[in-house]
Design a protein around this ligand. Structure first.
Ligand SMILES: Nc1ncnc2c1ncn2[C@@H]1O[C@H](COP(=O)(O)OP(=O)(O)OP(=O)(O)O)[C@@H](O)[C@H]1O
Ligand SMILES: [Mg+2]
Length: 251
């Protein structure tokens, strides 16, 4: 459903994404892990069609994003890491606006919008301006907006950040139900528990390339079987544990 070949992004001399090859199957929930600055957001923004690759190709459901961006993007919903919403729209208006970008509207979209707002406990706020929403409420509205036009693929950058435990649980259930219906999700996360419980497969991105890929069980088996997820991640990314923080403080 998503096929990346040689995907590359350079900023001047700096290479943020260095030739990523990846295929995500229909019905799969795929996770990107990796240290800060590894290139996860850059990769996701290129898949979502909001950042132009320097080189490489992206196919969404067999459609080239470069050759036919409108057709490819019509299959996509994107949930960015930093929610940006026009402050002067209400929740309902924002969902209508996003659906409109995909050429959709009318009673069916309004009904679906209401269902999504209800799911995220936002129904009482649907006619309030977004400027009065808390951070988590904005995040939930952005998430609802990615589902409103019924895309086949959802691209999500750190979806759990800022959500309360109930909303985080709801989102996990929503994502699993969505892929169970044959849709596809590619997401980034720093929460290893989320990667383990939610993702079918993960890739660890490091310095703009995929360092390791497989199920969390695969990743576990490449290190000590009884290691904690945190230890596995630190080993696979070659990161030092927090001991150096103690050294800094005691220096
Ligand atoms: N517009 C830009 N100009 C120059 N460099 C950039 C730009 N955007 C991102 N980068 C660089 O590209 C690299 C990858 O950034 P990216 O945001 O993709 O990382 P990430 O894996 O999402 O990190 P995090 O876990 O912190 O979200 C970083 O070194 C970053 O500084
Ligand atoms: Mg990021």
């Amino acid at each position: 459903m998503i096929k990346l070949a040689g995907l590359t992004k350079r900023y001047g001399d700096f290479t943020a994404v260095a030739g990523i090859d990846l295929t995500v199957q229909r019905g799969e929930l795929f996770g990107l892990l990796g240290p800060n600055g590894a290139g996860k957001t850059t990769t996701l923004r290129m898949i979502a069609g909001i950042l132009q690759p320097t080189a490489g190709t992206i196919f969404i459901g067999g459609v080239s994003l470069a050759r036919d961006p409108v057709a490819a993007k019509s299959k996509l919903g994107f949930i960015p890491d930093r929610p940006f919403i026009y402050e002067k729209l209400t929740g309902t208006e924002f969902l209508r606006f996003v659906a409109g970008l995909y050429g959709q509207g009318g009673p069916d979209i309004d009904r679906r919008g209401e269902e999504l707002l209800a799911l995220f406990d936002l129904l009482d706020w649907k006619d309030e301006l977004v400027e009065s929403y808390s951070h988590g409420m904005r995040q939930k509205l952005i998430i609802a907006s990615a589902f409103v036009h019924r895309p086949e693929v959802i691209v999500v950058d750190e979806p759990m950040v800022g959500l309360d435990p109930k909303a985080a649980r709801l989102l996990k259930d929503l994502f699993r139900a969505y892929v169970a219906r044959g849709n596809t999700i590619v997401m980034s996360t720093h929460t290893l528990e989320v990667a383990e419980t939610l993702c079918d497969r993960v890739a660890i991105v490091q310095n703009g390339t995929i360092a390791t890929m497989g199920t969390m069980a695969d990743l576990r088996s490449t290190t000590d079987a009884d290691s904690s997820l945190e230890e596995i991640f630190l080993k696979l990314t070659g990161e030092k544990a927090a001991r150096s923080a103690v050294e800094v403080l005691s220096a």
